[in-house]
Design a protein around this ligand. Structure first.
Ligand code: SF4
Length: 284
């Protein structure tokens, strides 16, 4: 635990919580996991890397790098080569599983790119956007921001997992809402539409936020940030272990088996032990 928090006097402006949406969502999912991830230093030891994260990161890198190529080089074959270049080795059971996954990822990237118009230049690729609320300086890196002319800017988020997406995933996503509001603020263009592009199936699920809906999401992000900032301030001022546990209680659920800190969380591991690092792969 840390000491040395600065005193704050009445009237002194409160420091904004610097947060990507993932920080706020981690807190909502499990306050203890939030504490392990963002506050405890040294951080508790994480479990081994996940194969599905390696898989997803390689696909994201390949797609980002494809858009960075000169126009005439944006071909399907080049996309497959970029996937090979970006391939990450961590988390797989063995060479056979890793190579089968690489082949699926290459097919996935090539199929996706085959349906793109390479001249349809995005306005942003892995672009950082940001906005401030009363209690937070929110930021995020967006996979892709499209310029759809009179429709405005569109947030595109790539998904590579096996979870079948629904419109509700796009509608309720705090991250996508923050990206939309952040893109509008950063790029000074209207942005209400958010899209999840599910690469394994080619499905696109989209949601068009209303002004009110987007305002609600940002208000929610702000109130979570306010709660987190207050807790973090107390934590950094110094609390004992029992108090820290009360402030950031474990939120036990079936997700505990996927938690990086499962091995150092008695409550979580009692409910769902750690899974194999390759358990999240979408294998045929
Ligand atoms: S194992 Fe479960 S309860 Fe423990 S930190 Fe992780 S998500 Fe929270």
């Amino acid at each position: 635990m840390h000491g040395g928090a600065q005193l704050r006097f009445d009237g002194m402006p409160r420091r904004l919580l610097q947060a990507a949406p993932s920080r706020l969502v981690t807190y909502l999912d499990c306050p203890r996991r939030y504490r392990f991830s963002y506050l405890d230093r040294p951080a508790p030891q994480k479990g081994p890397p996940w194969a599905h994260n390696s898989f997803g990161a390689a696909v994201h890198t390949a797609l980002a790098n494809w858009w960075k190529l000169p126009l005439q080089q944006r071909t399907v074959a080049r996309a497959g080569g970029l996937l090979d270049d970006a391939w990450l080795l961590d988390g797989y059971r063995d060479h056979t599983q890793r190579e089968a996954a690489r082949s699926r990822a290459r097919d996935m990237v090539e199929r996706y790119v085959g349906d793109l118009d390479p001249t349809d230049e995005p306005i942003g690729v892995e672009r950082t956007v940001a906005l401030k609320t009363d209690h937070a300086a929110l930021f995020g890196r967006v996979d892709r921001i499209d310029d759809r002319g009179s429709e405005g800017l569109v947030i595109v988020d790539y998904k590579t997992g096996r979870h079948v997406l629904t419109v509700d995933d796009a509608r309720t996503s705090l991250a996508l809402a923050v990206y939309a509001a952040g893109a509008e603020r950063t790029l000074r263009r209207h942005c209400r539409r958010v899209e999840l592009h599910h690469l394994p199936t080619g499905d696109v699920v989209a949601w068009e936020h209303t002004d009110e809906g987007l305002t609600r999401h940002i208000g929610r992000a702000d109130s979570i940030a306010a709660e987190v900032a207050e807790l973090d301030e107390r934590f950094k001022a110094g609390v004992d272990a029992a108090e820290a546990d009360r402030m950031y209680p474990p939120q036990v659920s079936s997700l505990c088996g996927w938690c990086d800190f499962n091995r150092c969380c008695g409550e979580g591991s009692a409910v769902a032990g750690p899974r194999h690092p390759w358990a999240g792969l979408d294998e045929p």
